[in-house]
Design a protein around this ligand. Structure first.
Ligand SMILES: Cc1ncc(COP(=O)(O)O)c(C=O)c1O
Length: 450
């Protein structure tokens, strides 16, 4: 392993300060400069949805760069911008047809926040400035996105500077609020949100933000059936917008292009990034309904959110190329059809591993939660830094996965996310599963002796 110049923090699963040096990639594999091969079992942080170094995408980007890298959004439109707008609107469905393009998930979340605030302002409700979000959530790295996030380890140093946000429980069937049984879970969570809305004042809340399938902060946790519909109805009855943060779970990863489609809801604003351009170049978007767009058109004209690189032409060319491949190869339907067998295989394979408490997820977005005791669901001692050990062991075995921690109580609790490329072959899915099992067995055997 070669030394890194920038050690990455334990809250992002790092800590050792050493990592290999990337050389190149192809499809589901990456190689380091020592010639070691890695299978990308998590698409990094759920990004590289069609695999690495696809010549079709690289060609599209190179051709765009040869013409022009960037036609500044407020001087020009462009073919990639027009095509991507049509594609995203079609993929989102309903009337989620208007959008601002940005360069990643955090910017998408910030844009969503500004769109919600401006919508209420222009409708004559400028007092709606408060947001409600959930525990065990991650919405991004910028200050407001971090303020929305219920991820203690990633918030701690910034706590004093973060705007106050209303907070409700995560919707996690494996770790429900204490004393709440399975059938009572959704009504309990809806009552909790209602109480939080009442506490803040129904006419002061701008929006409720949630991840339909929680990513890094929970470990691919889908909401229980009926939850998304019930909270959406409650918000709408109170004039509150619903923001579905699909930066990690969206763009086809869950077997529907829009993750919240599976929940049968139409949010007011959807954030998307990561799989939008498959990591070839930075791209994200905040997509909103025509109803919100109509309010802007009747008022100031357009959402007041813009960055120098909003709608960057080469980034959009990458996005178009990736989305064409996803559509032409039917990858979203492929994931929907293939995923149930893969998660069943994983469950069967990991059932004998005593410390595997839960294997859950949706589509190609799977979380494996590790517990000290299967019966009580007690997490491991956070001082063991289990997630960090899993990451290192996996890398040593030629597997990239996405371990994280803090999902039980904000501090303790370890999980591993698997999020393979949507076009991974059956043999590659098997290799990821086998290497995951071997990694977990090796790490758990070692800590048993600690
Ligand atoms: C749900 C969710 N929202 C927002 C973000 C922030 O996205 P980015 O890291 O691209 O800024 C992430 C990143 O992991 C995420 O998972």
């Amino acid at each position: 392993m070669q030394k890194t110049t920038t050690p990455f923090p334990a809250a992002f699963g790092g800590g050792s300060g050493t990592m290999p040096r990337i050389s190149h990639g192809r499809g589901s594999y990456l190689w380091d400069t020592d010639g070691r091969q890695y299978i990308d079992g998590s698409c990094g942080p759920a990004v590289y949805c069609i695999g690495h170094a696809d010549p079709r995408v690289n060609r599209a980007v190179a051709e765009q760069m040869d013409r022009v890298a960037h036609g500044y959004r407020f001087s020009f439109t462009s073919d990639p911008l027009e095509e991507m707008t049509d594609r995203v609107a079609r993929a989102m469905g309903a009337d989620l047809s208007e959008m601002v393009f940005v360069t990643g998930g955090s910017e998408a979340v910030e844009s969503a926040i500004k769109i919600a605030l401006q919508y209420h302002f222009e409708r004559g409700e400028p007092q709606r400035t408060r947001f409600i979000a959930r525990h065990r959530s991650w919405h991004g790295n910028t200050l407001m996105a971090t303020a929305l996030s219920g991820f203690e380890a990633r918030r701690r140093p910034f706590e004093g500077a973060l705007p106050a946000v209303g907070r409700v429980s995560a919707a996690n069937a494996y770790r429900p609020p204490e004393g709440v049984g399975e059938n009572a879970l959704v009504p309990h969570l809806v009552a909790e949100l209602r109480a939080e809305i009442e506490r803040i004042g129904p006419d002061r809340v701008a929006a409720f933000i949630f991840e339909p399938v929680v990513g890094a902060a929970g470990g691919a946790v889908p909401a229980p059936e009926g939850y998304a519909k019930a909270v959406t109805d409650l918000c709408h009855a109170n004039g509150i917008l619903v923001i579905s943060d699909e930066v990690m779970c969206g763009a086809g990863r869950c077997g529907a292009w829009r993750a919240s489609q599976v929940d049968g809801i139409v949010p007011d604003i959807v954030t998307t990034a990561k799989g939008l351009s498959g990591g070839y170049l930075p791209l994200g978007a905040a997509v909103y309904t025509r109803r919100i767009g109509d309010v802007f058109r009747a008022g100031s004209g357009a959402p007041l959110t813009a960055h120098t690189y909003s709608g960057h032409t080469a980034c959009l060319a990458a996005g178009v190329a990736v989305q064409r491949i996803i559509e032409e190869e039917g990858l979203v339907a492929h994931v929907a059809g293939r995923a149930p067998r893969w998660i069943a295989d994983l469950r069967q394979r990991l059932a004998p591993v005593e410390a595997v408490g839960d294997v859950r997820g949706r589509g190609y977005f799977i979380g494996i939660e590790l517990v000290r005791d299967r019966e009580t669901k007690a997490p491991f001692d956070p001082n063991l830094r289990l997630a960090e050990r899993v990451r290192s062991e996996a890398m040593a075995r030629g597997l990239i996965c996405y371990p994280s921690s803090g999902n039980a109580d904000g501090n303790a609790g370890d999980h591993v996310i698997l999020a393979p490329p949507l076009n991974a072959t059956d043999a590659e899915l098997d290799e990821i599963a086998a290497k995951t099992e071997a990694t977990l067995r090796a790490v758990l055997a070692r800590i048993a002796t600690v």
